[in-house]
Design a protein around this ligand. Structure first.
Ligand code: TGC
Ligand code: FAD
Length: 387
């Protein structure tokens, strides 16, 4: 029996029935609702916000949170499969879900009070309240501990000043989880979009993640009530704990992007006749595609084992770093190679490869650059901090 070219090691047989059902549901959504429109949305530089309600109805926002907060109670592997299938459509759609689920709902759930959870999480799961996550600052995202944005206590309130850069969902968001310096170390605040002094400015001229909203946030004497401070975490481990959740999902996402690219070139090279034979019949094209399948298979095994470790409560940040590094590198290499195999046709958004390749330039940079993740592993191996 022929093997599935996108699952050569039958990873699917290692999934539970529920995990398979989640994957199938999201795959259908991507095929029917995302892929037909996403090339144009990317070309127009438009996030397809009309999909938000459907994404929420499918239970993809906060899917791992308990049902009492509007979540789906799904395990980590299911969340990973959601990311993979969404990113098979576009990294921007997966980004929207990652930010809402892992970077906004997760900190409210993990670090918030019960009142804060009840106030925001059910509406966020329903897609009625959209969040963004403000950690990176203009002077250097790799070193968030050096942030300048700060909050000072003033009576019962806090006054926030500073700015954040490259914030996904910034201009879409109703609330921003903003990380700031305080006298007591780094703390997180829920800043509501209509608080005076708070503004979001969309970043244009992007060549990557064009079907996603990216913004700068400005905080000019923004008065935030104590009730909006996340009370249960202090220090850099607060935002880094959210990043571990999001990075885990990002290890799966690029597998989807790589599969989409391989799928496209398998079809294209069989049809494209050059020198009296299909390009797919040449040894060099076959070696390239075999190499892609090999790297996709390794990435799938890495993310699945990472997910099983996560679900057993044993996942370590350095393991997430290794998978984020490996899987982003795998996908960007594959997307670029696929773009090449499409020849000139590969340079327009009529085909997916260049869109995925350009998107992956962001994916390999955000949530910790490739270098940051390499240095995390170097530190794990040697015990020496080389940052
Ligand atoms: P370091 O001394 O290593 O750690 C400070 C404290 O944090 C703890 N910690 C972690 N906790 C949870 N998860 C992790 N991954 C953690 N890494 C460290 C650590 O144990 C310590 O705790 P404690 O209790 O001792 O205080 O901190 P450092 O300043 O040396 O920094 C280390 C470094 C460079 C790895 C970190 O700063 C880093 O990861 N930099 C990259 C920043 C980054 O990834 N930014 C992403 C912004 S958000 C984004 O890009 C969203 S895009 C989303 C989308 O659109 O999909
Ligand atoms: P820098 O930190 O200035 O890095 C520049 C270069 O220096 C990189 O090559 C880096 O690898 C290298 N470098 C860093 N440290 C070292 C070292 N010690 N040794 C050697 N080289 C080093 N942030 C958010 O907070 N929220 C978001 O929602 C969000 N969404 C994003 C969406 C997009 C589309 C993009 C592009 C970014 C987003 N980011 C977000 C920001 C992202 O996390 C940062 O871009 C990333 O962390 C890198 O920071 P930087 O851009 O300031 O680069």
């Amino acid at each position: 029996m022929a093997l599935n070219p996108y699952d050569l090691f039958d990873i699917r047989s290692l999934l539970t029935e529920e995990e398979r059902a989640v994957q199938d549901t999201v795959a259908r959504f991507t095929d029917e609702r995302v892929r037909p429109i996403i090339g144009d949305a990317f070309a127009e530089g438009r996030f397809p916000r009309e999909l938000i309600a459907e994404i929420a109805d499918l239970g993809l926002l906060g899917s791992s949170l308990p049902e009492e907060y509007g979540g789906g109670g799904l395990n980590g592997v299911s969340y990973g499969l959601i990311c993979q299938e969404l990113e098979r459509g576009d990294s921007g759609i997966r980004s929207f879900v990652s930010v809402q689920s892992s970077l906004c709902m997760y900190p409210i759930y993990a670090y918030g009070s019960e009142e804060q959870r009840m106030r925001w999480l059910p509406d966020m799961a329903a897609g009625k309240v959209i969040g963004c996550f403000g950690l990176t600052e203009p002077q250097g995202g790799s070193d968030p501990g050096a942030m300048k944005t700060n909050a000072k206590r003033d009576g019962g309130d806090w006054v926030l000043n500073g700015s954040k850069m490259w914030i996904t969902n910034g201009n879409l968001a109703d609330i921003a989880i903003v990380w700031v310096q305080t006298e007591d170390g780094i703390q997180g605040f829920v800043v509501e979009k209509d608080f005076p002094g708070f503004t979001a400015q969309e970043i244009h001229k992007k060549m990557s993640l064009r079907a996603s909203v990216t913004s700068a946030l400005f905080l000019d004497n923004v008065r935030v009530p104590e009730a909006n401070r996340l009370p249960n975490v202090k220090g850099l481990k607060g935002p880094l704990g959210c990043l571990t959740q999001a990075r885990y999902g990002i290890t799966w996402g690029p597998i989807g992007a790589a599969i989409a690219c391989l799928d496209e070139v398998l079809a294209y090279t069989k049809e494209r006749i050059l020198f009296d034979r299909p390009v797919a019949a040449t040894q060099s094209a076959q070696i390239k595609m075999a190499e892609m399948a090999r790297r996709i298979t390794l990435a799938q095994l890495l993310s699945l084992q990472l997910g099983r470790l996560k679900d057993a409560g044993n996942m370590q940040p350095a393991q997430v770093s290794l998978a984020k590094w490996n899987n982003c590198r795998m996908a960007i290499d594959i997307a670029r190679e696929c773009r090449d195999l499409l020849g000139g046709a590969g340079i327009t958004t009529e085909h997916a490869a260049i869109r995925h390749a350009l998107n992956l330039e962001s994916v390999i940079t955000y949530e910790g650059t490739e270098t940051v993740h390499q240095l995390v592993i170097g530190r794990e191996l040697t015990g020496i901090n080389a940052f």
